[in-house]
Design a protein around this ligand. Structure first.
Ligand code: GLN
Length: 302
């Protein structure tokens, strides 16, 4: 990890930090962190591995897990599970598909998933449930929501409002649009370090079991399915390229983080704020490609 971090520190080409959420535009593009936690709990890290960053869309892995826990396979009546091949905030696809988002990781799909968690609760309770779940997985009660990032996104989230209102018109959302969006913006604004994120991802690398307690978080089958969706949809219209280069299930966020899972082997978190043209971490992907190549850790065995 130290060698990968040293290599990444020297790269001049780092992508562009997200600017459409003003608060994220302030982040130093030179930051880089990586943490690997293997199935025995050994931790290896490099770079800014303890610095918190905005997990953004990586939170969608945790909300998907919660929503599946709540309503099971009924979720698939509201959201699809096919790769989208379009941008994470595309509106045109939603119109073609009559308000049913293509998968749980594009913004529209994640907003529909959040709506499932909100149903039957006050927004504050739902947000508490999400944060509690993430803290439980990471075994770290210090994990917080960055209120400034949430407010920044709430102020400028016109596109997400459009997606949510559009779905509401088809009856895909059950709750008031501003309730669901408020919870969505806030769970995207959870701040975590690579270390905390890799901890939170462990259950996906160990057949759904929390390795510290041996308790089941999800069934092995559900862990498999969440990993499959990460593999096919976790990087939006860059999912094919990520699978081609890295060969692991992964979920990116516009904060520059990626959670990647080497099933049976390790949970991996990497952070580099500069993004490529699809909104995925530019150096994060390169670092993961190096890691899987050197460890022979892709799901395809090399
Ligand atoms: N909160 C961001 C948004 O809704 C999440 C997008 C992302 O990380 N790709 O635009």
């Amino acid at each position: 990890m130290k060698e990968i971090a040293a290599d990444m520190a020297e790269r001049p080409e780092r992508g562009k930090v997200a600017s459409y959420i003003p608060e994220l535009a302030k982040i130093d593009p030179k930051k880089f962190g990586i943490v690997v936690i293997d199935d025995e709990g050994n931790v290896a890290s490099g770079g800014d591995s303890e610095a918190p960053f905005s997990i953004q869309s990586i939170s969608k892995v945790f909300t998907l897990t919660l929503a599946l826990g709540k309503i099971g396979d009924k979720l698939w009546q509201r959201v699809g599970r096919e790769p989208s091949g379009s941008a994470f905030n595309s509106i045109v696809q939603l119109e073609y598909e009559k308000g049913k988002p293509r998968n749980p990781f594009i913004n529209a799909g994640a907003i529909a998933v959040t709506d499932v968690i909100v149903s039957g609760h006050q927004p504050r309770e739902s947000l508490g449930e999400i944060l509690h779940f993430v803290r439980f997985l990471a075994e770290d009660n210090s994990i917080k929501i960055d209120d400034e990032v949430a407010a920044s996104e709430q102020r400028t989230g016109f596109r997400n409002s459009a997606l949510a209102n559009y779905m509401k018109s088809f009856g895909v959302l059950e709750n008031p649009v501003h309730f669901t969006l408020g919870v969505y913006f806030h769970h995207c604004a959870i701040a975590m370090s690579c270390k905390q994120l890799a901890m939170a991802g462990r259950f996906l690398a160990t057949n759904g079991i929390n390795p510290s307690t041996d308790m089941s978080v999800v069934t092995p089958e559900r862990a498999k399915r969440i990993n499959s969706i990460m593999m096919m949809c976790g990087h939006y219209d860059g999912s094919g390229e990520f699978a081609y280069r890295v060969g692991l299930p992964g979920k990116s966020g516009v904060g520059g983080g990626i959670l990647a899972i080497a099933p049976g082997k390790a949970s991996i978190a990497v952070w580099s704020p500069g993004l490529d043209e699809n909104g995925n971490s530019y150096l994060g992907r390169i670092a993961l490609e190096q890691l899987t190549r050197r460890m022979g850790w892709s799901v395809f065995g090399v």
